[in-house]
Design a protein around this ligand. Structure first.
Ligand SMILES: [Zn+2]
Length: 439
């Protein structure tokens, strides 16, 4: 994320200042901000000075708000359009037409969505004559249209985003999701965490009660309001007593990956699981009583119980050698990863678009969706892993690491890693006690 990288380098004060100027008070202050940049704008220097003093104090109280011109806030109602919305905000018809005309070059207001909020700044308390309109197009994007020397001018504003870090820590009792809920954490972040360790841990099969995790993550703010989560900067997951750590580090430009504390990559040739979350229903076994065929046959793979429609991912980069309906296997995709390894995904409800024989798929690419086609008693994914043409259980196999941090960057990385890992929160005391007993 370029914007974050940029802001990250500024001092926190500067970032707060910029966001306070541009955002807190909506349209008017954004205008003030622009006025500071280009002095020919409409607001007086007095107003700007006062606003700047307010920012300097880092607290924008209601009193300070009162010194600014009158503003009102509105919303585009469902079924309405930009013209109607502006008219309903009591803006003069002539001005509305000019506002729509002047914004054409920077943003097409005819495609505005319902529920978009916009603010109107008025030249006077009586709200007779509008002087600026600002649409909140996205959490960090504003369209500002204002009257400058009796001409309406439009421009897009990208709000500065600040990204202070937050930490979370959890212990698994029932499930990974419960641990996130108990930690008061957005479930999206537990999903991101699982993504980071997708090569180390099969979160469908290997999560155990007593597992614990901790993360340091960027919380994004714009307009002094939280707008979502940025990147996880450091993470640790302790799975059945084995600890895995990850540090986010950009090797080149914007490309950042996760590395172990020693600089080796967390990426492996194969993901641990073709289903991001699910529940293991039947493990790899040489023999098993088949519920439909009513006899013992080897179970050549791993069953993942998951709802119909759950995305199925390719565990590794490969070439599609089968994609279609194959009797008892139902709808199936089979991939060849190299001369040694192949994988197959059975009982799919459908194959993902663009996946057909001869095509190449990337690691983690969605190749189909869970179903119960062929011989299956319920929706699940049957996943087979072949080594030199023989079924093997991928669980517990360790594949070599991909690209580590380069030798040149390693000293820098080791410093970053040490600092980053130090930001992780303390383990809760009860989980530490559990570790002590285990050792
Ligand atoms: Zn199966």
């Amino acid at each position: 994320m370029i914007i974050l990288g940029f802001i990250w380098e500024q001092s926190l004060n500067k970032t707060l200042l910029a966001s306070a100027i541009c955002l807190s008070l909506g349209g008017v202050l954004a205008s003030v901000y622009l006025a500071v940049v280009s002095p020919k704008q409409m607001y007086s220097h007095e107003t700007i000075d006062q606003a700047l003093q307010a920012q300097a104090q880092m607290e924008l109280s209601d009193n300070q708000l009162a010194i600014l011109p009158h503003t009102t806030s509105h919303r585009v109602e469902p079924g309405s359009n930009s013209y109607l919305a502006l008219r309903e905000a009591q803006i003069d018809r002539g001005d509305v037409l000019k506002i729509l005309e002047s914004s054409k070059e920077v943003y097409d207001l005819s495609r505005i969505r319902a529920k978009v909020v916009f603010m109107v700044a008025w030249q006077d308390e009586a709200e007779q004559s509008a002087s600026a309109v600002m649409f909140h197009l996205a959490p960090t994007t504003r369209l500002l249209i204002q009257k400058v020397d009796s001409e309406w001018q439009a421009e897009m504003i990208e709000l500065p985003v600040s990204a202070p870090s937050r930490t979370f820590v959890g212990v698994v009792q029932q499930s990974l999701w419960d641990s996130a809920a108990n930690a008061g954490m957005d479930p999206q972040l537990i999903s991101d965490l699982a993504q980071i360790f997708a090569w180390q841990i099969d979160f469908s099969r290997e999560v155990r009660s007593g597992d614990r995790w901790r993360i340091t993550v960027e919380e994004l703010f714009a307009d002094n309001r939280p707008i979502g989560w940025g990147n996880i900067l450091a993470a640790e997951y302790v799975n059945a007593g084995e600890s895995f750590s990850a540090v986010r580090f950009p090797q080149t430009g914007d490309d950042a990956s996760y590395y172990a504390p020693d600089g080796s990559s967390l990426k492996r040739m194969f993901l641990k699981s073709p289903v991001r979350f699910g529940r293991i229903s039947s493990r790899f076994k040489r023999r098993r009583f088949h519920p439909i065929l009513k006899r013992n046959i080897p179970h050549n793979g791993v069953d993942y119980a998951a709802r119909t429609g759950t995305p199925v991912r390719s565990v590794g980069k490969g070439k599609v050698i089968k994609a279609g309906r194959y009797g008892g296997s139902g709808i199936m995709v089979r991939l060849r990863h190299n001369s040694v390894y192949q994988t197959a995904y059975l009982h799919l409800s459908k194959i993902a678009r663009g996946v057909s024989r001869g095509k190449t798929v990337k690691q983690g690419q969605i190749i189909g969706y869970v179903g119960q086609t062929g011989l299956a008693t319920g929706p699940h994914l049957h996943f087979s892993f072949y080594e030199n043409g023989r079924f093997v259980d991928p669980l517990g196999r360790k594949f070599p690491s991909k690209d580590p941090v380069s030798k040149k960057l390693l000293p820098e990385y080791l410093q970053v890693a040490e600092q980053s890992l130090r930001t992780l929160p303390q383990w809760p005391p009860e989980s530490s006690a559990k570790i002590a007993r285990q050792n």
